[in-house]
Design a protein around this ligand. Sequence first.
Ligand SMILES: C[S@@+](CC[C@H](N)C(=O)[O-])C[C@H]1O[C@@H](n2cnc3c(N)ncnc32)[C@H](O)[C@@H]1O
Length: 389
Amino acid sequence: MNENIDKFIDTFAASVAGETFIKLTLGNYKGPDEHLQKIHARPIDTKKGTRLYFLYRSDTSDTAKNLTAPEAVEQLRRSLGKEFFSAHLFTSENDFQLEVGKRNSRLNEAKPTLKKPSSLSHDREKHRWVDQDSFYLKALGITNDEGKVRDRSQDKWRQINKFVEILAGLIDKSPLADTKELSVVDMGSGKGYLTFATYDYLRNVNGIDVKVTGVEAREELVEKCNEIARASEFTGLAFIKGNIAEFELGRTDILVALHACNTATDDALYKGIVADASIIIAAPCCHQELRPQIKPPEMLRDVLKHGIMLERTAEFVTDSLRSLLLERSGYSTKMLDFVPLEHTPKNLMIVGMRSTSTNRTSEIDNEIAEIKRFYSIKEQHLETLLSQR
Ligand SMILES: C[S@@+](CC[C@H](N)C(=O)[O-])C[C@H]1O[C@@H](n2cnc3c(N)ncnc32)[C@H](O)[C@@H]1O
């Protein structure tokens, strides 16, 4: 009996080492945990290199761990024939089915059902943060039935991966790094691409008990996203129809607002600050508020007579003020390059990380006042909201 188990484990280890491993399922659980049912494992690229993502499915809640190859082998040695009595290994060369009975065990080998390692095949290398085989990507139209990214969705796909990469890095560097529970709100979630990827990464890759809420004004998008969340069995993901400015935030660890139009970004930033979110991420777009207010200063008169320069200045000033206002509210800020969307060239991302309150309040106030004076700006929406707090 042990011979087949040993052979199965050796085959698994060799497939991981040879990068032919696709996925593994352990079933027929008879161990002491009354809730555990199955383990699903697949390779995943992490910042520390390739890991085996082990998802422990139970009838109450799932947990996940990223294991190194030796840890995964050790897990199989501990549990095969002791707790789990069936196992199915898929490699790009063969499938292996192990059944362990009371007296005998059987190990069957068959032709491969799946052709390529799911997350390591050539065309997937660059996009390693999101599992390309995810059902929600198909349902949202990013991938086709074969799991290939549609040509028209390449930009969005790049953006989804970049966002998850940025989010992962920010969480790693924040006090949320070791948390087991998280609450995330995505303001202006639109078609939900980034909201789904956020949930999938935090819940299914990191095993965090996460609640993700997408807030969106358009009812049809909310309904569609909720349907896909249900079909994906993403139980902690929900979309709510609402206006960002009026949405009542409960506990929120991470506030996201990507391409929320014009001053909706300010409403979202304000909500995040009031909720004391640990991380605030915004990618502003459609900066319409300041442009009509700007009176070109004398020294820039011949520059800002060009519409495009005035427009870019309005964007620059708007996002500079937002960043300063976040700092004044006790956030350390970063401005990053985000991948541009297909329908907007805007690619700036503003990140606020909650820090201890600043002792530079009056300095920042002066800086804000000087910028406003220089461009003759009367009002900026986030500043107005914060002043009414
Ligand atoms: C350009 S889309 C971006 C969607 C998504 N965040 C992304 O980056 O892929 C902006 C979305 O924000 C929604 N939106 C804009 N202003 C809003 C507001 N004040 N309240 C709720 N939703 C809003 C729009 O309906 C739209 O679906």
